[in-house]
Write a protein that binds this ligand. Sequence first.
Ligand code: PMP
Length: 358
Amino acid sequence: MTSVRIHNFSAGPAALAPQVRARVAEALSLKTDGEPSVAEISHRGKRFLAIAEELESRLKALMGIDEEHALLLLHGGANLQFAQLPLNLAQGRRPAYLISGHWGQKALAEAQRVSKPAMVGSSEENGFIDLPEMGHLPAECAYLHFTGNETINGLQFSQPPSVAVPLAADLSSEFLSRPYPYADLGFAYAGAQKNLGIAGLTVVMIRRDLLDRIPADLPRFLDYRTWVNSDSMYNTPATLAWFVALETVRWIDENGGLVGMAERNQAKAETLYSAIDDSGFYSNSVSEAARSMMNVPFWTADEALVAGFVAEAEDAGLQGLKGHRALGGLRASLYNALDLEAVRALVDFMQDFERRYG
Ligand code: PMP
């Protein structure tokens, strides 16, 4: 059997860079009676605290944030942030939500359960092929929430909206993918399982002056101050996910930092969008200015061909291309760890598939 190189286009949990995979494999090459691995040691001991400190300092440096913001390493994924953010920061004030796709809708629906959010713009009417226009913000607005990159719909804000209230961004699927004005945001969050390693860790950034707005009576676990005051170790952290995150930020630093990631990501996105636009067989209807650099949904001329595309692609080593069930079609996720060679292999496969079925 000839072996094919595997390329992983999964939307998340997603590919790790080869160097990170090697480091994790080495760290977990468990012998029955060997030294404890990183997954088997106390989070309060010296060995793990060194990992935690390096992770935090590298992350802050990459994000360009200083003491004005606190960086928290939490549990619960972005979904917990959908509720925790309004519970902490939108009591007695109205938050505003700008909706550009599926995840923004989920964030808004959860905010409705614990606060009185105003929906200040949505591009749902045109099928989320464009970014929304923004209407008026409510008085005493707690924050404006937006989804930096909509993972399912394949839409991305090139820059945060410009408003006079604190910005709160769901950056799950674009975190650390390019230089970004993190320090201009009041609040941001991202699950680690796309650009920062494996599932189990959620990065949260909060401007410290906003901590004063948190009500006094929240359950401790849900109060951001608990995590600020415990260096994100109020309880046992997802230690292995922190370790993989550290290896991932080391890899980012060794590969040109966020500028390096942006170059890599741009080259991949351009290669794939050009292949789609140049063919009469594949399509992506998102307006050019709103297209995501990270997640590229696309369709074949005939939806009945999708299952065959996915199966044949898997045989060719191209995994994780099935579109999200909400939209159908296909989707290629081009997170940091994926290389340009993977996209070239995908484009070659797409052209071959089109020749045979188009
Ligand atoms: N927001 C965005 C933009 C996402 O892509 C995802 C996951 N695909 C989520 C939120 C939900 O993340 P989690 O599963 O970490 O709660």
